[in-house]
Design a protein around this ligand. Structure first.
Ligand code: ZN
Length: 424
């Protein structure tokens, strides 16, 4: 089926059918012998599989102790049978903070639909909540306004009424379906706009998957690229705390342009928005770490651990390529801080190090520059900024090819303990 064939067919349908044709939960098929298109709901199309899963989910709903989780499992089982997902999407958002398990199951992401990115693929996660890190996260969410008030920008660029997105920290027990390569380490759901309108959204961060990436990828990268006398500052807690601060920092700064007739920053910056927004979250998160340590709201990891781990992590992100928002965003940050002398390259050892005397100023300057670019919403200025800092420098390229040469993996594939005990 071509895009054109689909579009002209959709144009001939009633509005309700059109929504289903473009929606997440119906397969588009051909009727034989004449080949006209028609819709088949997932609940019919995958009836044998979904019927069995629905039965198992109902059984689980009687075994789990948390009532809100039990309710989600029941309504999701119903959705598998009747193809109506909205109720269970909202029930997923309402799973209690006290529930020890976080289960995500259903048709969610649309990455595998290469034609229109509209048909969802099934995925399944069983996670155990990490209450310790969830508490750390709560502290960050509560200090969001405190960080905002202290951002290095004029008052008109600050938001006086910030609300943090709900975030939960979990450890993965099992994952299956459309979840791997690159191995999912965090997800923000639901994708269904109607469900978001009714219940908001929730970000799930998977700590032990991040831990796997840290030990198997980030540590070897650091051993190859960072000055030897700074390797002692490498820290998983700094890595993971910065990830949490990054996610919280997406709420910081201007999301609408400053001045009369505000519009969304996204609508102004367009193709540059994602990379700038990711860079914003990274650098503001690092700025926040320094600020929270200074005022004593955070006592560990040390600021040296944050900076050195951040530097090693830059190479990990740029490795995914600068065509991708996180990679480009990280490349911009690295170049900016290098040019301001906050990070130093030693051509003799071919290693990078943090200059602890100047890095804080460089981080603060970059935070300011990015937030002002976003608030002004001037795409031409943003393009100049990206052109100036968004290129992989020669010494960084050399470091990346060294990593390639050493065979440091790009990603991880977990082995689940649970598979030893259950016949899957
Ligand atoms: Zn982000």
């Amino acid at each position: 089926m071509t895009k054109e064939e689909f579009e002209s067919w959709v144009g001939s349908l009633e509005p309700e059918q059109q929504a289903k044709a473009k929606g997440f939960y119906h397969v588009v098929k051909r009727k034989e012998p004449r080949g006209e298109l028609y819709l088949s709901p997932y609940s019919d199309e995958y009836k044998d599989l979904l019927g069995e899963v629905a039965g198992l989910l109902k059984e689980c709903s009687k075994l789990v102790e948390d009532e809100s989780l039990s309710k989600f499992l029941r309504t999701r089982a119903e959705a598998f049978l009747n193809n109506e997902y909205l109720t269970s999407e909202v029930d997923w958002l309402n799973i209690s903070k006290e529930s020890r398990l976080e289960v995500t199951v259903g048709p969610y992401e649309v990455y595998t639909d290469e034609l229109f990115s509209s048909k969802s693929a099934f995925e399944f996660y069983v996670h155990a909540r990490d209450f310790e890190f969830s508490k750390v996260l709560e502290k960050f969410s509560n200090s969001l306004q405190e960080v905002e008030n202290n951002l290095p920008v004029p008052p008109e660029y600050k938001n006086n009424d910030l609300r943090a997105t709900p975030i939960v920290v979990v450890n993965q027990l099992y994952a299956a379906g459309d979840v791997a390569v690159p191995m999912t380490a965090a997800y923000n759901l639901p994708n269904d706009e109607e469900a978001i309108k009714r219940g908001g959204s929730k970000l799930v961060i998977i700590k032990n998957v991040q831990e796997g990436k840290y030990h198997n990828i980030l540590e070897p990268i650091a051993r190859s690229t960072i000055a030897e006398n700074q390797l002692q500052h490498l820290s998983f807690d700094a890595f993971f705390t910065h990830i949490l601060l990054h996610e919280v920092a997406h709420s910081n700064g201007p999301h609408y342009t400053i001045g009369p007739n505000p519009v969304t920053v996204r609508s102004r910056l367009q193709e540059y928005h994602s990379a700038i927004e990711e860079a914003k979250a990274d650098i503001t998160g690092l700025f926040a770490a320094a600020h929270l340590l200074k005022i004593g709201l955070l006592t560990a990891p040390s600021i040296q651990q944050f900076y050195v781990t951040y530097l090693a992590s830059a190479f990990r992100s740029i490795r995914f390529g600068i065509k991708e928002a996180h990679g480009l965003g990280q490349c911009i940050q690295l170049n900016y801080i290098l040019l301001q002398g906050g990070i130093i390259y030693d051509p003799i050892t071919a290693r990078f190090s943090v200059n602890f005397d100047t890095v804080a100023t460089a981080v603060s300057n970059l935070t300011k520059d990015i937030l002002i670019l976003q608030g002004n919403g001037d795409k031409k200025r943003v393009k100049e900024f990206v052109d100036m800092y968004g290129e992989v420098r020669k010494e960084v390229k050399e470091a990346l090819s060294k990593l390639e040469h050493e065979g440091i993996p790009i990603d991880i594939r977990p082995l689940y303990e649970i598979e030893k005990y259950v016949c899957l």
